[in-house]
Design a protein around this ligand. Sequence first.
Ligand code: 5GP
Ligand code: ZN
Length: 113
Amino acid sequence: MSNLCTFCKILQKEIPANVVYEDDKVLAFTDIRPAAPTHVLLIPKTHYDSISDVPAGDPILSYMAHCATKIAGQLGLREGYRLVVNVGDNGGQTVYHLHLHLLGGRFMAWPPG
Ligand code: 5GP
Ligand code: ZN
């Protein structure tokens, strides 16, 4: 087995995923343990351990936000949805490859746990 992180393995197709969107910069797939009726993970094809490792001026974050809007539209989340980025151990991050959670299909309570 390779030393790639879990999401790089998904990018390399070493681990299968249910892909909902893909282009040259990002991949989106359903979360293996969905926390809502719709739970998509959106990742950049370039590996960053976390959002805090993205250099200032790198356009990937705004591009991911744009893609999330597009995916939410494709999935029919007209009543709203939530975008989440967990950062570090206390932030609840378990996979250290930058990813945006797109959660929808039910009312999302606030504050989160
Ligand atoms: P984090 O806790 O790092 O913010 O989110 C990582 C997410 O990745 C979790 O919601 C977890 O269920 C999901 N996940 C972990 N491994 C896999 C996998 O192999 N495939 C998919 N589709 N999701 C995964
Ligand atoms: Zn990775």
